[in-house]
Design a protein around this ligand. Structure first.
Ligand SMILES: O=C(O)[C@@H](CO)OP(=O)(O)O
Ligand SMILES: [Mg+2]
Length: 431
């Protein structure tokens, strides 16, 4: 028995940023160290994701997590007590084996990811190290380029826009802290512009404004104006990133843009539309430009924009190493979005990042639209050396908790700190 032997595992129900129940796991080690983590939850989820186990029924809109919490306490806890929390791979393999289904259907990906992340926190605490340092060692010194939502649409804003996320990145900033400050300027400039035009309706699930735009392109034009109004050069200092989240409005090669007058496009039409926007707006990254069931569309799009704009797979890749390899081989994407709860363990999520890197693809660690005060993903981005981090925006504390944690990490690194900056937008990759 060593200090990192697991002594106790506790699962409990806590609440997320949408006011829905979620799973918290807490691990106690023999040596006294404790690690705690909270599972996030998506709204626009890929069909290949680990199952987010919910009770269903009438109470709490069917979102309760009673069974997932019981699984932590009654199934996972007895199986993990006595094991070494410092051996993350073995622990995660045990979770996978205990569940026994490819999509964590039995235990729930929400139960397993909370435990998996809590184990990492406990092991780091036992060494007296911050998690990023525990994961990345001496080499971990790069702060990711923040990707932050300014306007929210899609499933996060009751369909106010078809495109889900209108985000910015600040490749011209010198540091993580400076990138956040620049983003705050653009965020407030965007808010003032919307208010002046009577378009400001509130904020969406991730803190981006919830606008009343006439169509999708108006949001792009407004974003460029906000960047300029904040005093930055669009494209050079501050650029646009989109999460089209096309699976939300497209399937079988048909895409219906409700906010653009119900316009129907096929795969080629969708690609044309995005190429047109790319030609006229300073867009440097597009996530899920096509639906998850359209791999050929992804490959066709990537062929045309490679070197100009990142093509990010989220619903399409669901942080799965096998899918990442297939996408790299067919040239379908140049970047993977990494969301630990899409797989249900840290080890499997890390495998997706390793697969991406092996093919020269880049990666973005990402929050979900349902979040909490948990800041694990910031530590993953720094510890794993992922060059971008996507979290929502100012005005929501569950988002700012992450950005503020990044500021602390940058400070702790002192003059060893590097900032991924512009390099985060470069990807090679096969095909
Ligand atoms: O699609 C996404 O990338 C995420 C975050 O914006 O949303 P959700 O967590 O709802 O899947
Ligand atoms: Mg997405």
């Amino acid at each position: 028995m060593s200090g990192t032997t697991i002594h106790k595992v506790i699962g409990r129900r806590v609440w997320d940023s949408r006011g829905r129940p979620t799973v918290e796991a807490e691990l106690h080690l023999e040596g006294g160290a404790i690690g705690r983590a909270i599972a996030p939850a998506g709204a626009s989820t890929g069909t290949g994701e680990a199952i987010d186990l919910r009770d269903g029924g009438d109470r709490l809109g069917g979102h309760d997590v009673g069974q997932a919490v019981r699984n932590v306490n009654a199934v996972i806890a007895p199986a993990l007590v006595g094991r070494d929390a410092a051996d993350q791979a073995a622990l995660d393999a045990r979770l996978v084996e205990l569940d026994g289904t490819p999509e964590k259907r039995r235990l729930g990906g929400n139960a397993t990811i909370a435990v998996s992340m809590a184990a990492a926190h406990a092991a780091a605490a036992a060494r007296g190290l911050p998690l990023w340092r525990h994961l990345g060692g001496e080499e971990a010194c790069t702060l990711p380029l923040p990707e932050i939502q300014i306007f929210g649409g899609g499933a996060h804003a009751a369909g106010r826009l078809d495109i889900q996320d209108f985000l910015i990145v600040c490749p011209g900033a010198e540091s993580f802290g400076e990138a956040l400050a620049w983003t705050a300027e653009v965020y407030f400039a965007a808010g003032r512009l919307l208010a002046e035009r009577g378009l400001l309706k509130g904020v969406a699930d991730e803190g981006g404004y919830w606008p009343e735009f006439a169509g999708n392109e108006e949001a792009l034009a407004m974003l460029v104006r906000a960047i300029e109004r904040a005093g930055f050069r669009p494209g050079e200092q501050v650029a646009i990133a989109l999460d089209v989240a096309a699976s939300q409005f497209g399937r079988n090669g048909r895409y219906r843009l409700a906010r653009d007058g119900g316009r129907e496009l096929d795969t080629g039409g969708m690609i044309e539309l995005l190429l047109d926007w790319l030609g006229r707006y300073p867009i440097v990254s597009i996530e899920d430009p096509l639906a998850e069931d359209d791999p050929q569309g992804f490959a066709a799009f990537t062929r045309q924009v490679r070197g100009r704009c990142l093509v990010v797979g989220d619903d399409f890749l669901v942080s799965d190493a096998g899918r990442v390899r297939a996408a790299a081989q067919s040239g379908a994407c140049t970047a993977v979005l990494l969301k630990p709860n899409q797989r249900g363990t840290l080890t499997e999520t890390r495998a997706a990042w390793d697969a991406a890197r092996a093919y020269g693809m880049t990666g973005i660690v990402s929050a979900r639209s349902g979040e909490s005060e948990d800041v694990t993903i910031v530590h993953l981005a720094v510890g794993w050396g992922a060059p971008q981090l996507k979290v929502g925006s100012f005005s929501r504390s569950e988002r700012m908790a992450k950005w503020n944690e990044g500021i602390r990490i940058e400070e702790a690194l002192g003059n060893r700190a590097r900032f991924a900056g512009r390099e985060a937008l470069v990807a090679g990759g096969a095909a």
